[in-house]
Design a protein around this ligand. Sequence first.
Ligand code: F6R
Length: 636
Amino acid sequence: MERLRYQLKSLEKFPVKVWNTSMEGSRHVAQSIALAIRQRQQEGEKIVLGLATGSSPIQVYNELVRMHREEGLSFHNVITFNLDEYYPMQPDAQQSYVRFMQEYLFNLVDIKKENIHIPDGTLPMDKIEAYCADYEKQIDALGGIDIQLLGIGRSGHIGFNEPGSWEHSETRLVRLDAITRKDALKDFPHEEDVPYRAITMGIKSIMKARTIYLLAWGDHKAAVLKKAVEGPITASVPSTFLQKHSNVKGHVDIGAATELTRFKAPWQVGMCNWDEDLICQAVVWLSQKLDKPILKLTDEDYAENSLSDLIIEHASAYDINIRIFNRLQHTITGWPGGKPNADDSTRPERAKPAKKRVIIFSPHPDDDVISMGGTFLRLVDQGHDVHVAYQTSGNIAVHDHDAARFIEFLQEFSEGAEPETKARYKAMMKSLNNKDAAPAEIAEILKVKGLIRRGEARAAARFCGLADSHIHFMDLPFYETGSPRKNPLGEEDIRITAELLEKIKPHQVYGAGDLADPHGTHRVCIDAIFGAFEMLKGQAWVKDCWLWLYRGAWHEWPVHEIEMVVPLSPAELRKKRQAIFMHQSQKDRPPFPGSDEREFWQRAEDRNKASAIAYRSLGLAEYEAMEAFRRWKFDW
Ligand code: F6R
């Protein structure tokens, strides 16, 4: 988002730096921390860091570890205090913040064990108060925190200071907000496993830090970031207290920044350098704000809503309305692979070749049908040579009880089999119920779970009309950690992706374009595709290959960013639902469901219907549902 086209002013109450990617922003923050560590080393002094867990600081920690390994950055003078820990929580549990910090930072650098402080989740209740007071004292005795890293929760919390936390709060035991517990579900198998309480540093403890970096990556943080940065100071959104700090800086990516006024409606905070994309954004915004179809917007509507500039610079409302209406109209097509023998000058896809080779990349085994099942069905019906490529095995998201059914099936089916085979299945059943199973046993169970998902994906792809030769399972290695925490993208992931692309030489590729999904599987999967194209860009076919991005995670593209939208009839929507139903292990309540209570097919339908309503409200045709895409333009 090359936002330099705005002469920026803003309503932001503390400085916020918006980075193109979370990676860039995280590198910058890591470098600032490294600089401070080194400076103190030169002075023969210690430095006290306040650290956070969660997804926000992971790339900062990765970068610090890299600097330690490659640039000799030492942590021998670093003392750390972590913000919080679940309560109760054993330090070696998968979800403990002790384990998190060890895995992402402490075990990978030369920090002294005695310099690490993380609230203790194992204390008996009656010891907590004194323990918390001592935590504060230890920080004060060391001269206070020099640099505090913070993430922000969707509840508006910093640390685990949930809505209602008072400004003068210190380290204490707290009750977690319902939103926070829902968000924590990404790390816990079931809702009942998520603790209700945590020990957290207070608002006052955080505000005492000399420097604070607030990190926010991804669209799902956009709404709360706006409140934290532009909203009134209130205990209902504890992060707003940061507005009172004299040295706080937000580091956010373009996804998290989308709701800030300077991005959402820059015309409200200054003069704009208008181009066609920005005009489209303004017209859609105005139409939605006034709940009025585009073609009915008047000069007065523009003038009364900070858009008089636009009218002065670009003729009348009438002209602008028609132009933007047509632009949006041209995004609608029932021919996602291009309409053969048609004038394609205003269509989203090329008419030629009439039969295209297509690859649909699906990060998890069900994203293809969830996010673009209707388009998938159309591409096949319209005779294109469609392949689907499942990028990861999705093996962690299968319940043990589902795996048990399959292993028992094998057991019973192989009644007369060799004793070794029978013994193997028996051992598998045993390790399924054993929390301390050995790594090899766990790997075997994960294999079963991966195969369950494979079978479901195959069934759904066949249902959409694909032959088995066109169904590819990539099992990218970055995903295969056996836990929700994944490895970063590796060369092997890119190589596997490039190999498939090179084999098929597609004219059209679809990928999950969760560009601002900093740590999730979707972001790594799209990066693997970008990396593969970068490798292959010298090849002739690549120049004719268009990459379309669907939104895989929770949000749809904002209307002004959509470049192709494929309408679905009620019958097509039903068929899409049937394809999603093939993913039986994900029905009802899958493991790691995230914060959304709806089943995947419901989320998909709500989203596709919402797009149709958005188009209709702008005054365009009324459809049952729509799937939206944006084209990724490579800069070669
Ligand atoms: C973690 C913490 C929390 C998180 C916040 C954001 O130690 O105190 O406040 O920073 O919940 O979590 P992520 O980064 O996972 O979105």
